[in-house]
Design a protein around this ligand. Structure first.
Ligand code: ZN
Length: 239
């Protein structure tokens, strides 16, 4: 059984390891989230150069180690430079990478997550509107945290929905608003749009206030269910 495998992946984060190496977390097409050492990556004349930075999509050759794997070759496929050079896109993109890093287990193949990540980064690079809440609602849904958005997640009624409760699992009606301890008031139209984002492509337009309301409701929902803070999503500008 060879200990070398080939895969493509998007770099989620990198951390320093000693003087010249880095540990790179990559979300791969066939192996899910993988952490691997990239040797010599911080030397300017390294054969990796600046390739293995967050957002980079690369074809990788990885040597399977006893503890950590080692990336032995990286060929860039997409650099997503449009995201790096725009501060708003960079912050939104960093939030996308962070939430994928936090929601996915290591070494669990999840092609829908990989496809969604590529789609989200492309939409962001192209400057499409409303990418962050669209990405969040889709990612939560395919990761086992599907939010209930078309009927009340408290009582099951399909009455007018006017709030959102992370603990109850999604949108709630006026009656349940008084029962839920963590209700977030939301406009009915904003809840309806959030439901539409689940089944539509990236690029659905929305008012900045709506984008922000959906992002923060979904952030609280994700934080409640993942039991960890998602700092990159706090006070994210509406984009
Ligand atoms: Zn209800």
């Amino acid at each position: 059984m060879p200990h070398i495998y080939k895969d493509e992946g998007v770099v989620l984060k990198t951390i320093k390891l000693g003087e010249a190496d880095r540990i790179v977390t990559v979300f791969t097409r066939a192996n899910g989230k993988v952490r691997a050492v990239a040797k010599g990556i911080r030397k300017t004349k390294s054969r990796f150069g600046a390739r293995l930075e967050p957002f980079t999509r690369a074809e990788l050759i990885i040597y399977k180690g006893r503890n950590l794997d080692t990336i032995t070759q990286a060929d860039i496929l997409t650099s997503f430079d449009e995201i790096r050079v725009d501060y708003g896109k960079l912050r939104a993109g960093a939030a996308l990478l962070d939430v994928v890093e936090k929601i996915t287990p290591e070494r669990e193949r999840a092609f829908p997550t990989y496809a969604l990540l590529i789609g989200g980064l492309r939409a962001l690079a192209e400057g499409r509107p409303n990418v962050v809440p669209s990405f969040l609602v889709k990612l939560l849904s395919i990761s086992g945290y599907h939010p209930q958005l078309s009927s009340c997640s408290g009582c099951g009624d399909d009455a007018v929905l006017g709030a959102f409760s992370p603990a109850l699992g999604g949108a709630i009606c006026q009656a349940c608003w008084h029962v839920a301890g963590d209700s977030i008031r939301m406009a009915t139209a904003d809840i309806e749009l959030m439901a539409r984002l689940l089944s539509s492509d990236f690029g659905q337009p929305a008012a900045a206030s709506t984008t922000l309301a959906m992002t923060q409701a979904l952030r609280k929902y994700a934080e409640y269910h993942l039991e960890r803070p998602l700092k990159t999503l706090h006070a994210l500008p509406a984009s």
